[in-house]
Design a protein around this ligand. Structure first.
Ligand SMILES: [Zn+2]
Length: 353
């Protein structure tokens, strides 16, 4: 989208707002940097459970990130309110990506004029999940002073919500954009499904920090068209009725149940829908999915002019931060040629030939 959000990378040099370069003290020497940063290697095998209600026009997904939520969310030092919103976005992205029928990724992005101007989460069809939220500390403090537990609407403010399905480099991208409407992130997502996709859905999202760290989960129900798999005895009115029932049952789900590590997802589905029957499908995994790499960042840097690169460099270094996993990558200015050819002067060893 904007030129500043290329693949979620920010240039810390320009966003430091007067903060000194503390990062440099702990920077890894360039020769030790590998292409893949050292990020938590977490896979949660039973994170996504797709299901349907046999004979009725309802299917759904139950998402529970388990310890993955903590690993993803604690990469950032946000206020818990912001972290909670970010966790809900992760669970929602995982839920929507798990419905993809092809190789690709699903991302949701909220851009608003509130104290959290940017919220992003994305997930591949294979379950590689990542996300972040950007907050304005001063405006957040002001909001929290009057509203200690602000809903998503107050955090994000007015703006838009974009849902993007990306099928890879040369394939089509499908993007739906709606104005932010509703109090919670779940309401906002519902508004999108109803207006943009003409889908009847039910969305529950939860995220909190418990004794084992952050947890996040989602329950999505979707009404399917009245054809295959639905009991032929059910006429239109009976189908409406059974959709409403399923919705009502989903509403009885508590955050505590959704985020309880000790309650298996199948058991939770039975608890919710067992009386009328529920068919769970195969579990799918979610994993820590940041896809940043030194090589990719290097490619981005090579697209800048020598002048831009000189502006980005501080004491001969350019530092790029992956906004998803919050890792810094340090490049020696003299290693980056940029569009104009050989690196400009100013590097420690005067590399221009
Ligand atoms: Zn990363």
């Amino acid at each position: 989208m904007g030129e500043r959000s290329i693949a979620g990378f920010a240039r810390k040099v320009h966003s430091g707002e007067g903060r000194p370069y503390v990062e440099r003290m702990t920077a890894t020497p360039a020769f030790l940097d590998s292409n893949r940063p050292d990020v938590p290697d977490i896979v949660v095998p039973r994170a996504v459970l797709p299901f349907h209600l046999p004979g009725r026009p309802v299917r759904g997904r139950l998402i529970r990130l388990g310890p993955l939520a903590d690993a993803l969310l604690t990469r950032h030092d946000n206020h818990p309110t912001v972290t909670g919103l970010s966790g809900q976005a992760l669970a929602l992205a995982a839920a929507l990506a798990s419905a993809l029928k092809f190789r690709g990724s699903f991302s949701l992005q909220a851009k608003g004029d509130g104290p959290v101007p940017m919220l992003l989460a994305d997930c591949t069809e294979a379950g590689a999940l990542r996300g972040y939220a950007r907050a304005n500390a001063e405006r957040l403090t002001t909001l929290l002073a009057v509203e200690p537990e602000p809903p998503a609407a107050a955090l994000l403010g007015g703006g838009y919500l974009a849902f993007t399905v990306d099928q890879g480099d040369d394939k089509e991208r499908h993007q739906g954009i709606v104005a932010i409407e509703g109090e919670s992130l779940a309401d906002m997502a519902l508004h999108y499904f109803e207006t943009s996709e003409q889908l009847q859905c039910s969305v529950r999202l939860a995220c909190w920090r418990g004794e084992h760290g952050w947890r996040a989960g989602a329950l999505i129900l979707e009404r399917i068209a009245g054809e295959g798999g639905i009991d032929p005895e059910l006429d239109a009115a009976a189908q409406d009725e059974s959709w409403r029932n399923a919705n009502a049952l989903a509403q009885t789900l508590t955050d505590a149940e959704l985020l309880d590590d000790g309650l298996a997802s199948e058991d939770l589905l039975y608890r919710l829908f067992g009386l009328e029957g529920v068919a769970a499908q195969r579990y799918r995994a979610l994993a820590y999915g940041c896809r940043c790499s030194r090589q990719r960042l290097s490619n981005i840097l090579e697209g800048f002019s020598g002048d831009d690169l000189d502006h980005m460099s501080v004491d001969g270094d350019i530092i790029m931060t992956c906004e998803f996993c919050n890792l810094d990558f340090r490049f020696d200015r003299s290693e980056v040629r940029g569009q104009d050819g050989p690196a400009a002067s100013g590097s420690a060893d005067g590399a221009s030939a």
